[in-house]
Design a protein around this ligand. Structure first.
Ligand code: FES
Ligand code: FES
Length: 165
């Protein structure tokens, strides 16, 4: 199949590749860019393991044809936090026992990040809604909701310190 040049912003860097229209974002991320933090579960939009942030919204990358990403902005779990410093969401997940086998964790962190970027004071119901597309087979979700809540507190405290709140 004929390939087309696709350019987009990936984790704050301009990237480009030649891709066939039928290729899916999840496969491009994992196979071309080796960003394997984005997981593959169902490939049907049901589990959220493949979640990434596309133009500010969490999406299932297994449902996104690469052509739709032309000129857009994508963030994967590898783009959250710094090399030697965890993002508050990552820190809160570790501190609150929100990670067991870890398979759902990148997708959960993506959904939490998309939520907290828009709303750093979410109600518990809003947190539950934000992660409702992410399936966890281990934790029972309580610890995850607590972790996102704790991350929100940490983000608000740091905004206050920086005089942004
Ligand atoms: S692998 Fe994409 S939603 Fe399950
Ligand atoms: S921690 Fe195992 S699936 Fe969520």
């Amino acid at each position: 199949m004929e390939k087309t040049k696709i350019k987009f912003t990936l984790n704050n860097e301009e990237v480009e590749l030649m891709a066939a229209p039928s290729e899916l974002l999840v496969d491009v991320l994992r196979d071309h860019f080796l960003l394997t933090g984005t997981k593959i579960g169902c490939r049907q939009g049901d589990c959220g393991a493949c979640s990434v942030i596309l133009n500010g919204n969490a999406v299932n990358s297994c449902l996104v044809p690469i052509m739709k990403v032309q000129g857009q902005v994508v963030q994967t779990v590898e783009g959250i936090g710094e090399k030697n410093t965890c993002h508050p969401i990552q820190e809160a997940f570790m501190d609150n026992g929100a990670v067991q086998c870890g398979f759902c964790t990148p997708g959960m962190i993506i959904s939490a990040k998309a939520l907290l970027d828009k709303n750093s004071s979410p109600k518990k119901e809003e947190i539950k809604e934000a992660i409702s597309g992410n399936i966890c087979r281990c934790t029972g979700y309580l610890m995850i909701v607590e972790a996102v809540n704790r991350a929100a507190e940490m983000i608000r405290a740091s905004e206050k310190r920086e005089g942004r709140a």
